[in-house]
Design a binder for this molecule. Structure first.
Ligand code: ATP
Length: 331
């Protein structure tokens, strides 16, 4: 569905005044390659300024890259825009595609004309989305008067009315409460499972990724650092699991062979370990009488933060992909 090879995009940024200013070149995307198959949900992650939006803008045809090969559903997005746009939907958490002063129903009806959706299909889709997203109570409300969660639901319906094969979701749950987030995620899962819509999801919310994506790609400073499943990322780069032990009595000597002692506070000691918990638990209980033991799993937020901060993955993928291949003109 999406094929990207050696994508490059630079921006010329003016520095200094209008007359005497000079230009510097900012490499937003350096050499990114990936493929997304039909029916996948892929999370596209990276810290601020990593190059996510630039990639998405190229994929939607809004930007022309400086180099690389890009095909979406067999089309070159920026050359065959009309055909391309008819096959994709996009939701940007920070913006709306709805007309600000029009009731939601009228916005959707206008989009029906823009995308030339047959009347019967439009009604069918509107009914389905109204049921799934509970649009009923606010179909008559103008976009400017909607809550953020309602607006997002209406935007999702707007993006999918013309039965696109591919959906770009940019921060679809930003600013929403837990229940509203869950509703959006549930809907995305549904359209992926039932309609086979391919989803590329850009988000800073790892809950979205954990609940939706089988696969994640991580970009930083314009280069792809990781492409694979979340579990493997966690297993490889996550911090160790922790054993939190409450002893019956204060321990003068809390060291236990084979475990890394992290901290002792009062009766409680924390140990780091990798692999299964059975052996570490047996060792601790053999060491001294224990009142309680819990296993604390490393959380994915912490793993991703470590990756961003420590540049943990830098070079891992580059070695596989870039390998000195010269830049090619955009095709
Ligand atoms: N139109 C532009 N002109 C100049 N520089 C740009 C332009 N668009 C993006 N950039 C720069 O390119 C780099 C990548 O930006 P991009 O918006 O793709 O990042 P991002 O990963 O989407 O970040 P965020 O999570 O903050 O949205 C940044 O350094 C940004 O300042």
């Amino acid at each position: 569905m999406i094929e990207v090879r050696h994508l490059q995009k630079t921006f010329r940024v003016r520095q200094g005044g209008l007359l005497r200013g000079t230009f510097s070149v900012r490499e937003a995307v350096r050499d990114v390659s990936f493929q997304v198959g039909a029916g996948e949900i892929v999370g596209y992650l990276g810290p601020n300024g990593a190059g996510k939006s630039t990639t998405i803008k190229v994929l939607t045809g809004l930007l022309v890259p400086d180099g690389g090969h890009v095909r979406v559903g067999g089309l070159i997005p920026w050359r065959e825009r009309r055909k391309h746009v008819a096959r994709l939907g996009a939701v940007f958490g920070q913006r709306t595609t709805l007309w600000w002063d029009l009731p939601v129903r009228d916005s959707l009806d206008l989009l029906r004309h823009v995308y030339r959706v047959p009347e019967g299909r439009f009604r069918e889709n509107l009914q389905t989305f109204t049921d799934l997203l509970d649009l009923g109570p606010f179909l008559g409300t103008p976009a400017r008067a909607l809550s953020l969660g309602q607006r997002m639901r209406a935007d999702l319906a707007a993006a999918l009315l013309h039965d696109p094969e591919l959906l770009f979701l940019d921060e679809p749950t930003v600013g929403l409460d837990v229940v509203a987030k869950e509703r959006i995620r549930e809907f995305v899962r549904h359209i992926n499972a039932k309609r086979g819509v391919t989803v590329l999801l850009t988000t800073h919310d790892l809950g979205d990724v954990q609940r939706l994506a089988q696969r994640v790609m991580i970009i930083d400073q314009g280069s792809l650092l990781y492409d694979g499943d979340l579990a493997r990322l966690q297993a490889r780069y996550g911090s160790a699991r922790e054993l939190v032990v409450d002893f019956e009595t204060p321990q003068q000597q809390a060291q236990v062979p084979g475990l890394e002692l992290l901290e002792v506070t009062g009766l409680r000691a924390r140990y780091a370990f990798t692999g299964g918990a059975a052996v570490p638990i047996a060792r601790v209980t053999a060491h001294a009488p224990v009142r309680d033991i819990t296993v604390r799993e490393p959380d994915i937020e912490a793993t991703i933060r470590r990756i961003y901060e420590g540049g943990l993955l830098r070079g891992v993928l580059n070695e596989e992909h870039a390998s000195g291949i010269p830049a090619v003109p955009a095709t």
